[in-house]
Design a binder for this molecule. Structure first.
Ligand code: SAH
Length: 437
């Protein structure tokens, strides 16, 4: 079959139409005429597999990565970067207009990613066997199957070197990839690197490793912290298991963001693009007035945003449900001499609802996961008397849905888009909302 691609879908696929029904075709780009085969027929849409590009997009480029097209990681790598940003911005504008009726006038052009490649400071990659050795893999598009990868071009160069060095040591010990039947072997390699200090977690079955393995791994230059996490649950979205063992080195790694010094532990979330995280924090700082009494931040992770704002308020409170992240955040406040900044563990909606009943902050900041704000949080924000809300989002669909409701009481004043995840379909944004009179 043949179709003309008219639009980029939210998962980075091309969208065409066949007898008025949308067909989603991964790998096809807007403006292209493509031949495809139907692989999934649904009442309201079709899914196609790209067979041949008959008319190429002028923006199509040859991808640098040999795994592109099979690996699920970077669907937009076949598109030149300025066109990636243009299409992501257009999709963002359309989503905001369609679902929340927000004027394009408040939306600013997407800020470039200074490193469109080699920007990720962390990896969580499955481990598979290839020719008797363990290698990393990535999931294939829409499936649980994996494709072995050599180099990942969106990961920082130092991270890639560290990953290879770790694999070399694991292979010198003739270790194997995870075997569900035996509950033994290496399942994932999780590595994070900030300021050239690396933390590695081997996610494994019920394996005991010789002391010398940890010693040999810790000889790798830059590796500062080593953990093992035992995860034997089948088909779980959680990479880490409940049992986390500190094998060697420091428990946390330390890094700097502008003039803030931070530490984080294995289970804590941190932004995966360090440079763009700083850009984002600086933008939030620019949006928040000086001389506030109280700022309340939900989904605060290890506390970066609140600490950037430390000179803007007499008191700042962050709420986060991962306890180790809350511990990191409170220690980070001390480390930065911010005794007026505190972090509390718990569900953001629950804790913030309770707090807001007693007291009104000048500014509320939220940075929820992809699912966006839940009903309880929406209810609380709608009732709040805060003059200003800043909503940081990594998912335009849930953002638009939430803003459509928040606009009852708050005016969308400014939206800044950030290219944080180049080569992928993801869009990060910061929305400034002002309380209506
Ligand atoms: N603003 C932070 C982290 C944002 S990511 C930063 O810049 O680093 C979202 C965070 O929300 C994660 O740390 C996650 O653990 C936390 N989280 C997810 N659901 C939550 C909930 N219901 N209540 C509180 N925190 C939650």
């Amino acid at each position: 079959m043949e179709t003309k691609i008219v639009k980029l879908g939210i998962n980075g696929e091309g969208i065409g139409y066949v007898q008025k029904k949308p067909v989603f075709i991964p790998g096809a780009l807007p403006e292209e005429v493509v031949e495809f085969r139907i692989v999934n027929k649904q009442p309201r849409y079709l899914e196609g597999k790209l067979e041949r590009v008959k008319k190429k997009s002028p923006y199509r480029i040859r991808p640098v990565c040999p795994h592109q097209g099979r690996c699920d990681g970077c669907p937009l790598m076949v598109l030149n970067e300025s066109e990636q940003r243009k299409l992501k911005q257009e999709n963002f504008v359309q989503t905001m207009q369609k679902y929340a009726n927000i004027s394009e006038k408040v939306m600013e052009p997407m800020i470039d990613n200074p490193n469109p490649f080699a920007y990720r400071n962390q990896c969580k990659l499955p481990v598979v066997m290839e020719k008797g050795k363990i290698v990393n893999a990535m999931y294939m598009q829409n499936s649980n199957f994996t494709v072995p990868i050599r180099t990942c071009y969106v990961q920082e160069v130092g991270l890639e070197k560290m990953r290879q060095a770790i694999l070399d040591v694991l292979n010198a010990y003739h270790l194997s990839a995870y075997d569900h039947a035996k509950k033994k072997g290496i399942r994932y390699l999780v590595i994070r690197g900030l300021d050239d200090q690396y933390q590695c977690t081997l996610v494994t079955g019920e394996d005991y490793f010789p002391e010398s393995l940890s010693e040999d791994l810790m000889k790798i230059k830059g590796l500062k912290s080593l953990y093992q996490s035992i995860q034997t649950t089948k088909n779980t979205p959680n990479i880490f298991g409940k049992k986390m063992i500190h094998l060697a080195g420091a428990k946390t790694i330390e890094f700097h963001l502008d003039d803030i010094v931070m530490r984080l532990s294995v289970q804590s979330f941190f932004q995966l693009n360090t440079k763009q995280a700083k850009t984002m924090y600086r933008l939030v700082k620019e949006m928040v007035p000086m001389n506030c009494d109280w700022i309340l931040e939900g989904y605060s992770g290890i506390g970066g945003i609140s600490l950037y704002l430390k000179d803007h308020a007499k008191e700042i409170t962050g709420v986060e449900y991962i306890e180790s992240a809350v511990r990191n955040a409170n220690e980070n406040a001390k480390r930065n001499h911010a005794d007026h900044v505190h972090f509390v563990a718990g569900d953001a909606a629950e804790v913030m609802t309770r707090m807001l009943k007693k007291r009104t902050p000048d500014v509320i900041i939220v940075d929820p996961p992809r699912a966006g704000l839940d009903d309880a949080m929406m209810e609380t924000l709608l009732r709040s008397k805060a003059k200003q809300i800043i909503y940081i989002s990594c998912n335009p669909s849930t953002l638009a849905k939430n803003l459509a409701v928040l606009q009852d009481r708050y005016l969308v004043k400014r939206m800044v888009l950030l290219d944080m995840f180049s080569q992928t379909q993801h869009v990060e944004s910061i929305t400034l909302l002002i309380k209506k009179k």
